[in-house]
Ligand binder design. Structure first.
Ligand SMILES: Cc1ncc(COP(=O)(O)O)c(C=O)c1O
Length: 421
């Protein structure tokens, strides 16, 4: 019997578990920074709630009140785990929407001025910045060093008038750099500049206490930490008002549209599990140790270099490795070709530049005609090297044994791609 796309997807989803046979074994899924599979606990929490909380949480009858109670419980849980107040949580569809809501919503409350972002932002922030430029805002980019860390010596000058807003990617998705948020946030406070932080890659991997962070707005998304796709949250500091992107009475007038209670339940369950894991390990993501072991094995191979901060510096996302791949003679190889070659061996990784390339941003030609990553270009790499990036990102389902065969697979992929030169 022919398997249609839906049947095929169902088979893939059912099989996508640790230890399953064939290409759907999660042990070889190393693309958590793109998205992560919902955990069993998340799926169970959502399945248990699905028949009970389908109603509109704004409805005044019992069905609606049951949904509203579940939504508010999820809000309280999320707030608790992020050190925020429940009324500081605004549900939305994901990281992209949270970022747009923060930047466009806050800018609308200010006279036109200057927005400062780093040179290594996610395309969602770049898109919001471009929209503000159309509205007459100036845009300044804080440069980064070779590790993708912002140049703090330029910050004071850029925070001068007419700067009113700053947006910063805390954990960079492509090269893993963790920016010194506390230092930057304190400088923004002193300069009277409002700060939004894109914490999409950080939440669940690093303890967060919104109450003590001197930031005004914080964006996060469930699907990066084994929650469902289609839900995120913006934390909005009490007392701060935002012009809503989507009008409507829901979310205290801050984001219109009937809330998805089920997705909120899934998000809260995913964050609770991630926080518990962090707590059990003294606030340190245990994936860092696995990642360090993998890096040690990869360092023994020819043609691989780390991009972004050294793991030992603590300025790197704990579940993240990014590499630049070349021939043994040092000629950069196309990251995208390596991704395909690794998938032929069952490993799911990323070239790190897919998001930017998808967005259609002007990209320079790179290795073997591949697309150069704007992030690596901003870090000072040439066009060829900037197209040779490979990202490996781990999830809590990984065990050391899962990663043992990866270095050889990567070496085979590297030789395969090098042979096409
Ligand atoms: C740092 C960062 N910010 C924002 C986003 C956008 O989040 P979403 O995919 O939930 O819209 C991503 C997703 O890759 C990200 O990595």
């Amino acid at each position: 019997m022919a398997v249609g796309p839906v049947n095929g997807m169902a088979a893939a989803t059912a099989a996508a578990r640790r230890g399953s046979e064939g290409p759907w074994d999660l042990a070889r899924y190393l693309d958590t920074c793109a998205t992560s599979p919902p955990s069993e606990a998340v799926l169970a929490a959502m399945a248990a709630a699905a028949p009970l909380v389908w109603a509109n949480p704004s409805s005044l009858h019992g069905f609606g009140m049951a949904a509203a109670e579940a939504l508010e419980r999820s809000r309280c849980s999320l707030a608790h785990h992020l050190g925020a107040q429940p009324d500081e949580v605004v549900w939305c569809s994901g990281g992209t929407e949270a970022i747009q809501m923060a930047l466009l919503g806050l800018a609308a409350q200010h006279p036109v001025g200057r927005l400062v972002i780093s040179a290594v932002e996610h395309p969602a922030t770049e898109a919001a910045a471009a929209r503000l430029q159309q509205q007459g805002w100036q845009l300044a980019r804080l440069p980064v060093d070779r590790d993708g860390l912002v140049c703090l010596e330029r910050l004071e000058e850029l925070l001068q008038s007419p700067t009113r807003l700053m947006s910063l990617i805390w954990g960079q998705s492509e090269v893993g750099s963790l920016q010194p948020l506390e230092t930057i946030a304190a400088q923004c406070r002193r300069a009277g500049v409002s700060l939004h932080v894109d914490a999409v890659q950080v939440v669940g991997h690093h303890p967060i206490d919104f109450a003590s962070l001197p930031v005004d707005l914080l964006s996060c998304a469930a699907h990066k930490l084994q929650g469902p796709r289609g839900i995120g949250a913006l934390l909005v500091r009490r007392g701060l008002s935002l012009e809503p992107l989507l009008g409507g009475a829901q979310e205290a007038g801050r984001r219109g549209g009937t809330e998805s209670v089920l997705l909120a339940i899934g998000f809260a369950a995913a964050l609770a599990a991630a926080q518990e894991r962090l707590q059990q390990h003294g606030g340190v993501d245990p994936l860092a140790e696995l990642r360090d072991g993998l890096l040690q094995n990869l360092r023994a191979l020819p043609g691989l270099r780390l991009s972004g901060p050294q793991p030992a510096s603590a300025a790197r996302l704990p579940h993240h490795l990014s590499l630049l791949v070349s021939t043994a003679a040092g000629r950069p190889l196309a990251g995208r070709a390596l991704v395909r070659a690794l998938w032929r061996q069952g490993y799911a990784v990323s070239s790190g530049s897919a998001c930017s390339a998808l967005k259609g941003r002007a990209l320079q030609g790179g290795a073997q005609g591949g697309a150069a990553s704007p992030i690596l270009l901003a870090m000072g790499y040439g066009a060829e090297e900037a197209a040779s990036g490979l990202r490996l990102s781990l999830g809590p389902w990984h065990r050391a044994a899962d990663l043992e065969a990866l270095p050889q697979a990567l070496e085979r992929a590297r030789q395969e791609v090098a042979a096409t030169f």
